[in-house]
Ligand binder design. Structure first.
Ligand code: ADP
Length: 467
């Protein structure tokens, strides 16, 4: 099994080790210790950055080949990689397999589209010159990723960075670094030099600060909480570094009375319960038109009763947040229409939260104000389209929104008014490799996926060449 191979040779797999201190990686479902890794900090990060600064971009064809090879290897090793994701994150195996496929899709997409980085001669000449745009690599880039998609969140960044000719210093989440280590191993086997893909893990704030302050790092790409995104933005500001921030959301899920309710309920289940509700695009505020709210709630309860597999929350802190959101809602007048009583686990693992459906939620409750990040369906009703859109937009966040209905003119109008970077229209699906994804407002800026997600890692250089 990959994990055993990895454990036996883990010292050799970690490229930069300067600290004798170690931290443990646990299986959040069982508490099993999966790995012990050194706690790295500023010194290891600087070492990784200095190595990255030596990287001379390989030819475009070579970079393309790396991405193709890694994408194929991910698929070939899907079972082992999915096992790693499930062990360190806790999500069901079927979701982990889907995550590996999704991750491979980014490597494939960027390999297929690397040609857009070829110099572009503009058709228009001016001032006795021809004008050419070169897409130069941003340089050394820092990649900081979260635990909810340990492989995919890195796969949205790394292949685009490598395609662009950047050298990446990667910091995965301390809860889930093994997927990143596995990807590192696969990338090295595909021929990616160590200088193009360094890996550090341990003291997050020391690593983050070192990445932000080192003059050789030209861009930081971060996926995580808005709180940490702001810290990184402040730390990078004096150096005017390029930032790409994919931060928290508070996704509205609007169901209009014209909607196909069965379809909307199915979509809600897919969106809400993926990774036990711990995704930044998952439906958080379920807004349902008054005339259909009871019927829709019944359809949701029916589906929640039939939920077959749901993983634990990542840790105690996550569990306590979800529990406190539910408590706050119930104290303020929400009704629990489905869900067992949560029982606080005695151990430091096994933080399973019972799938819960709440009715009569209101905007001032925590379930509506904040991202709950758990398996809680919080439903509120609205009178008309205008109220739904106004309330949906009444959040500092702007990542994903979903809307269901049958009146196409109404949906066209609504999607233009919704201040969110990603809209599911009669669909609960999440982002895809070929399409740019990112937030408005406090959900961040920069795009991942699509051609925009490739150009993000480049500086365009314009050359005006005299005839
Ligand atoms: P969550 O609360 O979901 O864990 P975080 O934003 O805290 O989200 O974590 C996302 C990523 O940011 C993780 O890799 C984490 O280790 C990292 N991180 C946490 N604090 C900092 C920091 N001060 N500087 C840089 N990275 C950080």
């Amino acid at each position: 099994m990959f994990r055993i191979k990895y454990q036996q040779s883990r010292r050799a797999k970690l490229p930069f080790m300067s600290s004798p201190n170690q931290f443990q990686v646990h299986n959040p479902a069982t508490g099993e210790i999966l790995a012990r890794l050194p706690i790295q900090g500023a010194a290891a990060t600087v070492q990784a950055i200095e190595s990255a600064a030596q990287y001379v971009p390989a030819p475009l064809e070579t970079r393309q080949k790396w991405l193709e090879t890694i994408g194929a290897a991910l698929l070939a090793q899907k079972a082992e990689l999915a096992q790693i994701i499930t062990e360190e994150n806790g999500k069901p195996l079927i979701e982990s397999k889907a995550e590996v496929e999704y991750a491979a899709g980014f490597f494939r997409f960027f390999a297929e589209n690397i040609g857009v980085l070829e110099p572009q001669i503009l058709p228009k000449t001016a001032r006795d010159c021809t004008w050419t745009i070169f897409h130069r690599p941003a340089g050394v880039v820092g990649l900081i990723t979260p635990w909810n998609f340990p492989l995919a969140m890195l796969a949205k960044k790394l292949p685009a960075a490598l395609a662009a000719g950047c050298a990446a210093v990667v910091k995965p989440a301390e809860q889930t670094p093994i997927s990143a280590l596995a990807l590192h191993q696969i990338a090295r086997e595909a021929g990616v030099p160590e200088s193009a893909f360094g890996l550090v893990c341990g003291d997050a704030s020391a690593i983050g600060k070192a990445l932000c302050e080192h003059p050789d790092v030209r861009m930081i790409s971060f996926t995580g909480s808005t709180q940490i995104g702001k810290i990184l933005a402040a730390q990078a500001a004096p150096f005017l570094k390029k930032l790409s921030l994919e931060l928290g959301g508070n996704a509205p899920f609007i169901v209009l009375e014209s909607a196909d309710l069965e379809r909307a309920a199915d979509a809600l289940m897919a969106s809400k319960f993926r990774c036990a509700g711990q995704t930044c695009v998952c439906a958080n505020r379920i807004l349902v038109q008054k005339s259909i709210v009871e019927k829709f709630t019944d359809l949701v309860i029916e589906r929640v009763q039939n939920l077959r597999e749901i993983g634990p929350l990542i840790d105690k802190k996550g569990w306590q947040k979800v529990a406190s959101h539910v408590e706050d809602a119930l104290q303020n007048g929400a009704q629990k229409v489905w869900g067992e009583k949560p029982i606080t686990p005695k151990n430091d693992w096994g933080y399973f939260f019972p799938p819960t459906v709440l009715g009569d939620c209101r905007d001032e409750m925590r379930v509506f104000r904040e991202e709950t990040f758990g398996p809680v369906v919080a439903i509120s009703n609205f009178e008309d389209e205008m109220e739904a859109i106004t309330r949906a937009n009444a959040t500092p966040f702007g990542l994903a929104a979903y809307i269901f209905g049958d009146d196409q003119a109404q949906l066209n109008r609504a999607q233009a008014e919704l201040k969110f970077g990603y809209i599911g229209r009669n669909s609960g699906t999440g982002p895809a490799p070929h399409a740019p994804f990112g937030g408005f407002k406090m959900s961040g800026f920069g795009r991942e996926g699509g051609i925009e997600g490739l150009l993000e890692w480049c500086e365009s250089q314009t050359v005006a060449k005299a005839f």
